[in-house]
Design a protein around this ligand. Structure first.
Ligand code: G3H
Ligand code: 13P
Ligand code: ZN
Length: 311
């Protein structure tokens, strides 16, 4: 099976009351850890690449790694551009074999976001590629853009029908209180999401797939391990998994996870060097890092996304 677009998998996820995991990939061990877990659980996957990942690992290397994962697993896998900032990067990814792109016009004013998103949709659809748009702005860090919690804007439900109709997007990312990175709430602050906004968006867009960014749970086990072995992340806090499970049962069909992969990998490498300070063969510490990613993704598929057995 070749790479697939997100169209069918998101439609089935909506109907089935589960979500597809969209995991960020930056190197071979990350691709392998994620896809080995998905294969064992027969789960569909979205592997996504940010502009930073393309800069780090190179477009062709990442594309070929994901194509290798399709050959190895036989799973339906979509290769998706995460947070495309302009038409040019979307076009470059579409021309270069991606099957899905996000155009993130959320930092533009509404009319400019509509115009930019529509332009990407026209090009993408002509090439059989699906498009995710965004309304509202998350707090946190993506590439070099750092949006503070005060500057984040929740999605305005009254805009969503107009946006989806005028742009023709296939899915919509919304801001309901999730944020990028490992510090999603202030220390002592109770994690909360605006489910009222999600419900209103879902009511206005029946059958339409919604996307949640910034959806790592910042798994405490990994944070504790990082801190135990010399790391300094005492205030890291994420989205409680039961909130994500609830969102996945409703209109949320794509859940973006990157920080949890980073934490799993970093925790495993820190532990490895604490236990084996004499090791210097990269395979010795990257193998447990890959295993940690695999275990974390398996846990998400079964307990958060609910997409096991859905490939
Ligand atoms: O939303 C951002 C993702 O976590 C990607 O992060 O831009 O550092 O690759 P990155
Ligand atoms: P996290 O930082 O919560 O993993 O979010 C990742 C994301 O939204 C990628 O687009
Ligand atoms: Zn994101």
């Amino acid at each position: 099976m070749p790479l697939v677009s997100t169209k069918e998998m998101l439609r089935k996820a909506y109907e089935g009351g589960y979500a597809i995991g969209a995991f960020n990939v930056n190197n071979m061990e990350i691709v392998q850890g994620i896809t080995e877990a998905a294969k064992e659980l027969n789960a569909p996957l979205i592997l996504q690449v940010s502009a930073g990942a393309r800069k780090y690992a190179n477009h062709t290397y990442l594309t070929k790694l994901v194509e290798a994962a399709v050959i190895e697993t036989g799973l339906p896998i979509a290769l998706h551009l995460d947070h495309g900032a302009d038409f040019e990067i979307c076009k470059s990814c579409i021309d270069g074999g991606f099957t899905s792109v996000m155009i993130d016009g959320s930092h533009h004013d509404y009319e400019d976001n509509v115009a930019l998103t529509k332009k990407v949709v026209e090009y993408a659809h002509a090439h059989g590629v699906t498009v995710e748009g965004e309304l509202g702005q998350l707090a946190g860090i993506e590439d070099d853009v750092n949006v503070s919690a005060e500057d984040a804007n929740f999605t305005k439900p009254e805009q969503v029908e107009d946006f989806v109709t005028r742009t023709g997007v296939d899915s919509l990312a919304i801001a309901i209180g999730t944020s990028h990175g490992a510090y999603k709430f202030k220390p002592g602050q109770k994690p909360q999401l605006r489910f009222d906004i999600l419900d209103e968006v879902a009511r206005r867009l029946p059958g339409f797939p919604i996307v949640l960014h910034g959806a790592s749970s910042v798994v405490p086990e990994f944070v504790e391990m990082i801190n135990k072995y010399g790391g300094q992340m005492p205030d890291a806090i994420g989205i409680p998994e039961e909130m994500l499970r609830e969102a996945a049962r409703n209109a949320v069909c794509k859940i973006n996870i990157d920080s949890d992969l980073r934490l799993a990998m970093t925790a495993a490498v820190r532990e490895h060097f604490a236990l084996h300070p004499d090791h210097f063969d990269p395979r010795q510490y990257l193998a447990p890092a890959r295993d940690a990613i695999k275990a974390m993704v398996a846990h998400k598929i079964k307990n958060v996304l609910g997409c096991d057995g859905k490939a």
